[in-house]
Design a protein around this ligand. Structure first.
Ligand code: FAQ
Length: 314
């Protein structure tokens, strides 16, 4: 079949809601876009362990410590499913990992902010996992089978993460005056960076049009951001914290909450590598990667010997 016929057939499959599997024909650009997006997503899960990991030893009780430890382990698992899903597109894990550790592949801007108090851990669960769920629920319907399937389990776990963060924040927001201040301060610092997680505004998002045409994304960055703002307003009110935006106002005509201007300059600086924690995050990941080289070598050698023994025995 000629190349343009194959493109046409591929688009028909997408438009009919068919799921694309690894061995199916796909345009080179579809494959490249998925590798970019899925690997960025995987890196985000792994780098995302750092701000929370910072508080495991300082969690205020044994129970809080156990929950946080389990959450951070879940994020590692998400990174691994996503790397495995991306490998089905013919890229190696080493290539992907080295792409952000030594190259300029991206990971989510949100993980370049510091966690200053334990309230930040509560807010990450509520807002950051909450935003991730809004985005990932959409991706669970993505046209690429391995990505969509990975999202189903990830969303279930993120949903638990969100609830535990919200519950902890609710407790803090109804605690002593000092605790209430700590909770509000964390909300003030994380609110705008969380809105940036959804990506630039639609008219400045070069990838959205193509990703939507191919059913990888089914909603735009702004649509998802709006849906997150709408649900967060109610959740904030219910536990008595304020969202730091004087322009938040319910719009009777649209049925949505209007919000103020996002500080986009800050977003572009963070994704260029100039956020408060970018350098430290990369330094930490590079150190872990280099210190783990012997483990990867030992695993490869073990696999080689095992295969050799199996061949001898057969
Ligand atoms: N950070 O054209 P668009 C989590 C880049 S998981 C950094 O709009 P697209 C779990 C974008 O890559 C969080 N870079 O791009 C957790 C592109 O640059 P490129 C991660 C960003 O792909 C919770 C350029 O800007 N989730 O939190 C960001 O259509 C708690 C132009 O942008 C995912 O990765 C950003 N925020 O839409 C873990 C979900 N936004 O690559 C631990 C999958 C944009 O052309 C603790 N990804 N850029 O050089 C997506 O849904 C999409 O890729 C978007 C961006 C929405 C992130």
């Amino acid at each position: 079949m000629k190349e343009n016929k194959m493109h046409q057939r591929f688009q028909e499959r997408i438009d009919n809601g068919e799921i694309i599997e690894p061995k199916d024909w796909m345009p080179k650009r579809y494959r490249r876009q998925l590798i970019r997006m899925m690997s960025q997503h995987a890196h985000s899960e792994i780098v995302g362990m750092l701000p929370e990991g910072n508080w495991i030893q300082r969690a205020p009780s044994l129970n809080r410590k156990k929950v946080l430890l389990a959450k951070v382990q879940d994020e590692a698992g998400h990174g691994l499913y996503l790397y495995s899903a991306a490998e089905t597109l013919g890229v190696s894990r080493r290539e992907m990992v080295e792409g952000y550790i030594y190259g300029n592949a991206k990971y989510s801007s949100i993980f370049n902010y510091p966690t200053l108090t334990f309230a930040d851990i509560c807010v990450i669960g509520w807002l950051v996992d909450g935003a991730a769920i809004v985005n990932q629920t959409m991706l669970a319907k993505s046209s690429y089978g391995p990505y969509a399937r990975a999202m189903i389990r990830i969303c279930r776990e993120e949903s638990f993460h969100k609830k535990q963060g919200y519950e902890m924040l609710a407790k803090m927001a109804s605690g002593t005056v000092g605790q209430q201040r700590m909770a509000q301060d964390a909300v003030n610092r994380w609110w705008w960076p969380t809105l940036m997680m959804f990506g630039p505004p639609d008219d400045e998002s070069p990838n959205s049009k193509e990703l939507i045409k191919w059913g990888v994304k089914t909603k735009s960055n702004d649509e998802l951001r709006q849906s997150f703002v709408d649900r967060s307003v109610m959740e904030a009110r219910a536990i008595g914290v304020d969202l730091p935006d004087p322009e938040l106002k319910y719009n009777e005509d649209t049925g949505h909450w209007d919000f103020g201007e996002i500080p986009w300059e800050e977003f572009w600086e963070v994704i260029k590598g100039n956020g408060p924690m970018n350098r430290e995050r990369i330094r930490a990941r590079r150190k872990a990667y280099e210190e783990g080289e012997w483990v990867r070598k030992a695993a490869a050698e073990y696999a080689r010997k095992k295969k050799l023994n199996e061949e001898k025995a057969s």
